[in-house]
Design a protein around this ligand. Structure first.
Ligand SMILES: Cc1cc2nc3c(=O)[nH]c(=O)nc-3n(C[C@H](O)[C@H](O)[C@H](O)COP(=O)(O)OP(=O)(O)OC[C@H]3O[C@@H](n4cnc5c(N)ncnc54)[C@H](O)[C@@H]3O)c2cc1C
Length: 366
């Protein structure tokens, strides 16, 4: 049985690697060779989640520890500093990790599609590419298709699938003046908008050191336009930290879908369709999804490996709903503006004390 994966990001690359190593016939597609930002943070709710992820990546033949750049110890929220307790936060060289999982270094026939103004590629281990028009036709030959396209959710059915998505803007920056943020992450300000599922916020954390100065990753998420976010990010950085040099910048979006309301998997238009990672809403209320995309790829791999495809659908759906129940809870709580639940989320996620969490919520709930 030939499987087709659309999207060679984190979930797609992990799934591809696991299936390929087990002898499945599988193709993976992507429309770009760009692998996003050089680094990213991995939020683990506890040490078990961390151990599971290390094991999954080991099965793919990579050692997760080789990709860790920094171990974040403190979180500064609205000026108050909190020490991490159960949560583990690591800065990871995500692009290198993806590259090592599914190398796509050989580029042939790369073409820009005039319709979408974007590059389209077919990714294989040797980096062969196909054109955009051929991709759509070729996908129709797969009996089993897996949507790993992240917030694009290109194969996921449903007219409301983008309803809760949040826009983002991110820069890599160097500051003129030294800022004292060694192994900490700043989250500030933070806004909870009732009716939406992701908390609007600004975050800043240190990445690699480069010629004696540190490069920082700055990101803002909000229910605003890309231009507004770009300007807000510039303003926050300048007002709080002084002059900076922007090394690169881009706008993206993050899926705010609630997993319980997502398609997840089923038989659709005469073929079997599975969603994995962010395409089925596996992001938390801060828009983090790296860890969940890797773990969901593993759950899907296990379902496909162990069961016939009809059974795999039921097993995978119930596994996702069970394992990521807390993501439903988080997003539902934010959507309803439920202050007590939000306070308990801030406490368990960031270690913020209950009175401080209530103070933050009262000043930020819109
Ligand atoms: C600005 C920003 C900052 C973030 N910061 C963090 C963070 O610090 N920590 C964290 O845990 N999470 C973070 N996230 C979320 C995290 O990046 C995602 O949840 C995670 O990468 C999801 O993995 P995925 O494999 O499901 O999708 P992705 O990694 O997004 O991969 C999707 C792939 O599909 C491809 N694709 C899209 N459309 C098509 C198409 N039409 N045809 C073919 N291929 C297609 C894309 O090119 C991409 O390679 C952030 C997201 C953004 C946008």
């Amino acid at each position: 049985m030939l499987l087709g994966i659309v999207g060679a990001g984190l979930s797609g690359s992990v799934l591809y690697s696991l299936l390929k190593k087990t002898g499945f016939s599988v193709d993976i597609y992507d429309h770009t060779l760009v692998r996003g930002c050089k680094s990213s943070i991995f939020f683990f709710n506890n040490s078990l989640e961390y151990k599971n992820l290390v094991t999954v990546l080991k099965m793919c033949g990579v050692n997760f520890k080789d990709y860790i750049i920094r171990d974040i110890k403190n979180i500064i929220v609205n000026g108050d500093e909190y020490k991490l307790k159960t949560m583990i936060i690591l800065c990871v060289d995500k692009s290198k990790l993806i590259e090592d999982l599914v190398p796509r270094t050989v580029v042939i026939d790369r073409e820009i599609s005039s319709a979408t103004d974007r590059y389209i590629t077919k990714v294989t281990e040797t980096g062969h590419l196909v054109k955009h028009s051929e991709t759509v036709a070729e996908l129709m030959n797969y009996k089993v298709l897996i949507d790993c396209s992240g917030s694009a959710k290109i194969l996921i059915p449903g007219s409301k699938k983008y309803d809760y998505d949040i826009r983002t803007c991110q820069f890599l920056v160097k500051f003129e003046k030294d800022i004292d943020l060694d192994n900490s992450i700043i989250i500030n300000p933070l806004k909870i908008r009732k009716g939406h599922t992701i908390i609007e916020h600004f975050r800043l954390y240190p990445l690699a050191d480069n010629n004696g100065s540190t490069i920082y990753h700055a990101c803002i998420m909000g229910y605003k336009t890309d231009l507004e976010l770009w300007r807000s990010l510039e303003k926050i950085l300048r007002n709080k930290f002084g002059n900076f040099e922007r090394l690169c910048g881009c706008n993206f979006k993050i899926s705010g879908s609630i997993p319980m309301e997502s398609f997840i998997c089923g038989s659709y238009e005469k073929r079997y369709l599975f969603g994995c990672g962010e395409s089925i809403g596996l992001t938390d209320c801060f828009g983090n999804g790296n860890v969940y995309s890797i773990l969901s790829a593993y759950y899907l791999f296990q379902a496909i490996r162990k069961y016939d495809i009809n059974e795999a659908i039921n097993i995978y759906r119930s596994t996702i709903l069970k394992k990521f129940k807390y993501l439903n809870y988080e997003k539902e709580s934010i959507k309803k503006g439920n202050m007590l639940s939000i306070a308990s989320i801030l406490k368990s996620k960031l270690g913020i004390t209950f009175p401080n969490a209530m103070k933050i919520i009262l000043s930020s709930l819109i």
